[in-house]
Design a protein. Structure first.
Length: 95
C-alpha cells in the first residue's frame, strides 16, 4: 500500500498526464482547462492562465512539460503553506 506521500506524487503525475494526453506536454488550452478544473474554479481574470503559461514556457515553444508543471505545483504548495503558517500563528494569538 502506498504511503500518503507516494499517493500525492502519483496524483500529481496522473493529473498532468490526464490533461497532457499522449503528447506528454501541456499547451495553453490544456493548461487553461487544468487550471479551471483543478485550481482556479472561481478565478475570473482571463489573463491569469496567460501569465502562468508565459512563466512556465521558458523555451517559448508553446509547451509545458512535467518539470515546469511540477514547479508550478511546488510554488502553489509553498504559497499555501506560507498562508497556513501565518493563519495558524494568528489563530494561536487569539486563544
Amino acid at each position: 500500500m502506498p504511503s500518503q506521500m507516494e499517493h500525492a506524487m502519483e496524483t500529481i503525475m496522473f493529473i498532468f498526464h490526464r490533461y497532457a494526453g499522449d503528447k506528454g506536454y501541456l499547451v495553453k488550452e490544456d493548461l487553461r482547462v487544468l487550471m479551471d478544473k483543478e485550481f482556479l474554479e472561481n478565478q475570473k481574470d482571463p489573463l491569469v492562465v496567460d501569465k502562468i503559461m508565459k512563466d512556465l514556457d521558458q523555451c517559448r515553444d508553446g509547451k509545458v512539460g512535467f518539470q515546469s508543471f511540477f514547479s508550478l505545483i511546488a510554488g502553489l504548495t509553498i504559497a499555501c503553506n506560507d498562508y497556513f503558517v501565518v493563519h495558524m500563528k494568528q489563530k494561536g494569538k487569539n486563544r
